[in-house]
Design a protein around this ligand. Structure first.
Ligand SMILES: [Zn+2]
Length: 219
């Protein structure tokens, strides 16, 4: 049990940054330390102090300055160099620290007026709770509670892929020029997808899904 006032790993929040590229370059680069170490260090003339800063970063951005680069109907009016400049505001090292990239297309009028046929949030929540329970059991006796917190040793111990997934992993490493950090991220996301499916080892479908969450092109 945590002592009163003690900040534990379960005390975390969500930091949501809308229009991510509109934040200054320095502001975005400063995020790298808390994303990596879960702490933030503030230095002033009187001294330096480190605070806990364990949060989940959620960010949204347009595909280009006008917002229509991937729209099937509206035409994008941005030049390729303007799109490139816009995307380059998010540095490679910051991108490398983001687990999931999801493109959200605009929704047609016809779809909006139809009744939703997606899974209910209650069912999704139950699946997530089951996966979270699995993760708590996995990290029992450690300070970790979720897969995202695994270091290289835990990734080695808990993120073994089955034989069918090994060649895909090797091909993805080469094609996507993954850094060691990117490689570990793919495996951690794959482990979570396997947990959601209540699968013991990471199979090819779990790995393939995790790979889809990496950005296809960024330039
Ligand atoms: Zn555009």
């Amino acid at each position: 049990m945590p002592r009163p006032g003690e900040i534990t790993l379960s005390h975390r929040g969500v930091l949501f940054l809308d229009e991510l590229p509109e934040f200054g370059h320095t502001v975005l680069e400063v995020l790298r330390q808390p994303l990596e170490d879960k702490t933030v260090t503030i230095s002033r003339a009187q001294g330096t102090i480190t605070f806990p800063a364990n949060f989940m970063l959620v960010a949204a951005m347009n595909p280009c300055p006008c917002g229509f680069a991937s729209d099937p109907v509206r035409e994008c009016t941005c030049s390729p160099s303007a799109i490139s400049r816009y995307r380059k505001r998010i540095s490679g090292p910051l991108l490398d620290r983001i687990d999931l990239f999801v493109e959200v297309p605009s929704v047609d009028y016809e779809k909006l007026i139809q009744p939703p046929n997606a899974e209910s949030s209650t069912i999704v929540r139950e699946r997530i709770e089951r996966a979270r329970r699995l993760q708590r059991q996995r990290f029992d006796g450690t300070s970790m509670i979720i897969n995202a917190e695994m270091g290289p040793v835990e990734v080695w111990n808990f993120c073994q892929v089955d034989d069918s997934a090994k060649s895909l992993l090797q091909a993805a490493m080469k094609q996507m020029h993954l850094s060691a950090r990117g490689f570990h991220r793919i495996l951690k996301v794959s482990r979570t997808i396997a947990d959601l499916a209540e699968a013991e080892t990471i199979g090819i479908s779990h790995l393939a899904e995790a790979l889809q969450y990496r950005p296809a092109s960024w330039g």
